[in-house]
Design a protein around this ligand. Structure first.
Ligand SMILES: [Zn+2]
Length: 760
């Protein structure tokens, strides 16, 4: 691979093998195209020709016998390319794209288009461009077979034309699955002929767009529901065909047994209580109104709906949701309780499992496969179900171990409704922080799985939930470029993936194309990340980086706020005393994100060897194993990358000071943000040892960790000591582990966040 600066080809996702050659092919009005006799291949050729025609004004000639200036598409039986692989050869005279199947041909064309000047993506004829393609040999196959994107059209409705554009973007980055979240509490979006009230009533709610999502008043009596929309069956057929021409499979999602208030508003007899209901204008918790599992008419209704859905969507998978079902009503509903008794079920979890199995049986009878969110594991998994692991990766691991197919979509990497940059400078989002670089760092196949079990991981999917996304342009902004990062996670082998290289291809090639296409995309976060590593005794090297390519980072070390005239960062800083580093990026005289502050503290433990006997969570790893002795202090923002999170576990860390020395003070820093499920430890124990085996306790600090405090707190737990010597310092912190009874997450697992152990 050529270095990014010398490279002429910058394809995303990165192909398996790229060999750049000298010279170029030039497309002109005499260029001909040769197409194999295959109807799908002809469609691929149509797609290519129309793109060429609309931007260059050139209509590629067909049927000629020329031996030069020809673009040849071939289905030449090279079986090892599989369904999706391709081979692309460009020399000065000709271009050839060959594949085993038309889908591979299509992906070869997508890569070829990315080798043309970016103006090739224009929707209008551009003049004055030399339509040249650098000579190269490319051979390419994808890593995962499932490469998906989701879109929620229930919380906000997006018109058909935007769905097509979204599919275009998927196809451009060689993604092959669109998960269409068609139904939810706030709106039913698909016409069902047998149940017209689903769209007459269920597709509309009262307009409360001027209010924050969580503070929206429900519909009042007499108010008219005017906000919403739906797709007719003709719309759906049109979109399915559009997607299929681009080799994108659409998986429809029909939510059950929960997230169905739009249905219950239209047909209240399908609930446990009988209603009445209104279609919610925002989200309310808890949401206890779900389908009655004891009522056979619920299943008749769902089977009828699924019949029409199956007719419209050729996808082998049908997604049935299955998530977040609050079983409050099932516990008291006589019909549900009778079902539990009649079917010999243990509890309401098994009733959910009964529900899903019954639907799965029906889908199998129609030759389809069920897919659901990982809650379908609760109470026992349906025999052939495929699981979408969203609440972390554990559900995925468990399912793969049981021999079920899995699609990975963990919230912390794959939820593109999260913030992607500093919330103070971004449109309001649901929360979280999932930067472009974080998405790119995702590895879908968990290490815990054996190579046999790893085969059940089909790939990863990005999810765009629309509570805080009211318009198509906003949806694009949230999806792109994170979706592009995920496309490379899914397509390119782990060994070839490299963030800096990806970022360079994105900035030098892809962003220009997106601009030409009029896509509203984010350029990534200006957030400055600090990395500190020990270099020798009492010296730390601090590197600064951002997702933006080569930004000018300005910094101060005297505590002052950085300005346009502050020093520019060029190379890692070497620091040997406690320092407050403040950094900021300015463009055109404007501050791009609020200044980042790094507090570096030096103590005897800085840069020393650290052993952790308990594991931190991979969701908040901070800087990994040495975080607690890297000198970096966290801020009040628990997502600043300096706080290490411990989920429902204690912390047990031992620092090796290198030799026996006097110890006068031990300290460890914690953060509390009870509104984010983060609590202080309830007890801290400090122990010392000379040999690392026999430890003596020197302090025990108790802390009232469970009383309610709304403020975000940072506290160092400190013990001073008199005339003691030791080589090893052990710090234990006992976590609260579960939210206390007064908390809104009462009983849920909760966090403990630590940043640094300091020894003097
Ligand atoms: Zn019921």
């Amino acid at each position: 691979m050529a270095s990014p600066s010398k490279r002429k080809i910058s394809i995303v996702p990165l192909p398996a093998h790229v060999k750049e050659k000298c010279g170029k092919f030039i497309l002109n009005s005499h260029t001909t195209i040769a197409i194999p006799a295959d109807s799908m291949a002809a469609k691929v050729a149509d797609f290519f020709q129309s793109q060429i025609r609309q931007s260059t004004g050139i209509s590629l000639l067909t049927g000629g016998t020329a031996s030069q200036n020809v673009i040849t598409l071939k289905l030449d039986g090279e079986k090892e390319l599989g369904n999706e692989g391709y081979r692309l050869m460009v020399n000065r005279k000709n271009i050839s794209v060959s594949a085993y199947k038309p889908q591979g041909l299509f992906y070869g064309i997508q890569s070829l288009l990315q080798m043309f000047p970016p103006e090739i993506m224009s929707s209008k004829v551009v003049t004055g461009v030399n339509w040249m393609v650098p000579c190269a040999e490319i051979k390419d196959v994808p890593r995962y077979s499932y490469r998906g994107m989701h879109l929620d059209v229930s919380r906000h409705f997006f018109p058909k034309d935007f769905i097509k554009r979204y599919i275009d973007l998927l196809a451009m980055f060689r993604m092959n699955t669109f998960h269409w979240h068609l139904t939810d509490d706030q709106g039913w979006r698909i016409e069902i002929k047998k149940y017209p009230k689903l769209t007459e009533i269920g597709a509309w709610h009262v307009d409360r767009e001027n209010l924050p999502w969580m503070e929206r008043e429900p519909q009042k009596p007499g108010e008219k529901a005017t906000y919403g929309g739906y797709y007719t069956q003709d719309d759906i057929r049109e979109v399915v065909k559009y997607a299929s021409d681009r080799f994108v499979t659409i998986i429809p999602e029909i939510e059950m047994p929960a997230h169905c208030l739009a249905v219950l508003t239209a047909y209240p007899q399908l609930s446990c209580t009988g209603g009445p209901f209104t279609v919610p204008t925002g989200s309310y918790w808890p949401n206890i109104d779900i389908f009655c599992a004891g009522n056979d008419s619920t299943f008749i209704f769902l089977q009828d709906v699924l019949d029409e859905v199956i007719d419209l969507f050729p996808s082998k998978y049908i997604h049935i949701g299955g998530d977040e079902a609050d079983k409050t009503n099932w516990k008291v509903c006589p019909k549900c309780q009778k079902r539990i008794k009649d079917e010999n079920l243990k509890d309401e979890n098994e009733l959910q499992s009964y529900f899903v199995r019954r639907i799965e049986k029906y889908l199998i009878s129609k030759n389809r496969k069920l897919i659901g969110w990982d809650e379908i594991l609760e109470g026992g998994l349906a025999p052939e179900a495929t699981v979408m692991s969203w609440r972390g990766v554990e559900g995925g691991i468990q399912s793969a171990k049981m021999g079920h197919d899995v699609i990975m979509t963990p919230g912390s990497y794959c939820y593109f409704d999260h913030y992607q940059a500093d919330p103070d400078f971004e449109p309001k989002a649901i929360g979280g922080f999932t930067s472009l670089a974080k998405v790119y760092s995702y590895e879908p196949t968990p290490e815990e799985l054996s190579s046999e079990q790893q085969k059940y991981i089909l790939g990863a999917q990005g999810n765009v939930w629309a509570e805080y996304i009211p318009t198509p342009g906003h949806a694009e902004y949230m999806a792109i470029p994170r979706m592009i990062a995920l496309s490379e996670v899914n397509w390119t082998s782990k060994e070839l993936r490299n963030w800096n290289d990806f970022n360079s291809r994105l900035n030098t090639n892809i962003f220009t194309r997106l601009q030409i296409m009029g896509v509203n995309f984010s350029k990534g976060s200006y957030k400055i990340d600090f990395l500190s590593t020990a270099i020798g005794r009492h010296k730390m090297k601090v590197s600064l980086s951002t997702e933006r390519l080569n930004p000018k980072i300005r910094y101060t070390m005297d505590g002052s706020v950085p300005e346009m005239s502050s020093k520019i960062y060029c190379r890692p800083l070497k620091l040997s005393q406690s320092t407050t580093l403040k950094t900021a990026i300015f463009e055109d005289g404007k501050l791009m994100e609020k200044p980042s502050v790094l507090s570096l503290v030096f103590s005897m433990s800085t840069g020393r060897e650290l052993k952790l006997a308990t594991a931190y969570s991979n969701r908040y790893p901070a800087h990994g194993n040495n975080t607690l002795v890297d000198g970096l202090r966290g801020s009040t923002n628990h997502r600043d990358g300096n706080w290490q999170g411990y989920l429902a576990t204690d912390l047990d860390a031992t620092v090796d000071l290198g030799k026996i020395m006097p110890v006068t003070k031990i300290s460890i820093g914690f953060l509390q943000n009870q509104n984010a499920w983060i609590f202080m430890p309830s007890e801290i124990i400090f122990q010392l040892s000379n040999d690392g085996i026999n430890f003596t306790e020197v302090a025990k600090i108790s802390n009232d960790a469970t009383s309610k405090q709304d403020d975000i707190l940072i506290r160092d737990f400190t013990q001073t000591l008199n005339s003691v010597k030791a080589r090893y310092v052990k710090v234990k912190a006992v976590g609260v582990k579960n939210c206390p009874s007064w908390h809104k997450g009462a009983g849920d697992t909760c966090w403990m966040f630590a940043d640094e152990i300091m020894v003097d």
